[in-house]
Design a protein around this ligand. Structure first.
Ligand code: IMP
Ligand code: MG
Length: 182
């Protein structure tokens, strides 16, 4: 394990079980719907989760990407959501969108994205998050599918970063505070 990691919070086996469970829930809820199911991966943190999830779904899906930022370089949210890469396709009225997030913290990113995609005319918009830190919520927001509720600790790995580092770790771990307090 890397020396900057204090402890493993969700190991590879548990991540696999979480993804299998959520894929089963999505399969059950969306099977047989007339619209196109669009997995909307929120870059960059959700890349690993989205890739693993789509492999376990048995219903047909399409994928697309958006990049938003509410975080700067550190570990606290700036409070505003900026769209850095927008969704380009124009047939959102034909799409049931599942927004895929790595983690919900304040709730601002997902609350904003759901409103935005509905305004753009999506047939439906639901949200999936691998991790949820409900203690940190600033806006009232409940995701439709949750992988695991975790305490208020800064985590990295399985796509999540600190200052663009640690995304490649195959588990979710807690970063030693001295890494970001320096
Ligand atoms: P929210 O808008 O405050 O809910 O922020 C969600 C975004 O903040 C996530 O998509 C992550 O990019 C980032 N974030 C929040 N908590 C963590 C964490 O513990 N580790 C890494 N990134 C985090
Ligand atoms: Mg993110």
């Amino acid at each position: 394990m890397r020396e900057e990691i204090q402890k493993i919070l969700v190991d590879e086996k548990e991540l696999d079980a979480i993804v299998t469970r959520i894929a089963g829930e999505i399969d059950r809820d969306y099977r047989g719907r007339g619209k196109r199911l669009l997995l909307l991966c929120i870059l960059k943190g959700s890349v690993v989760f989205t890739g693993d999830l789509m492999k376990k779904l048995t219903i047909p899906v399409e994928i697309d990407f958006m990049k938003v930022s509410s975080y700067g370089a550190g570990t606290t949210s700036s409070g505003t959501v900026n769209i850095i890469l927008d969704i380009l396709r124009k047939d959102l009225d034909q799409c049931d969108i599942l927004v895929i997030e790595d983690i919900i913290d304040s709730g601002r990113t997902l609350a904003y994205l759901v409103d935005y995609l509905k305004l753009k005319g999506a047939n439906s918009v639901k949200t999936v998050t691998l991790l949820d830190k409900p203690d940190r919520r600033v806006v009232d927001f409940e995701p439709d599918y949750i992988g695991k509720i975790i305490p208020d600790e800064f985590v990295v790995g399985y796509g999540l970063d600190y200052d663009e580092r640690f995304r490649e770790l195959p588990f979710v771990g807690v970063l030693k505070p001295e890494v970001y307090e320096k």
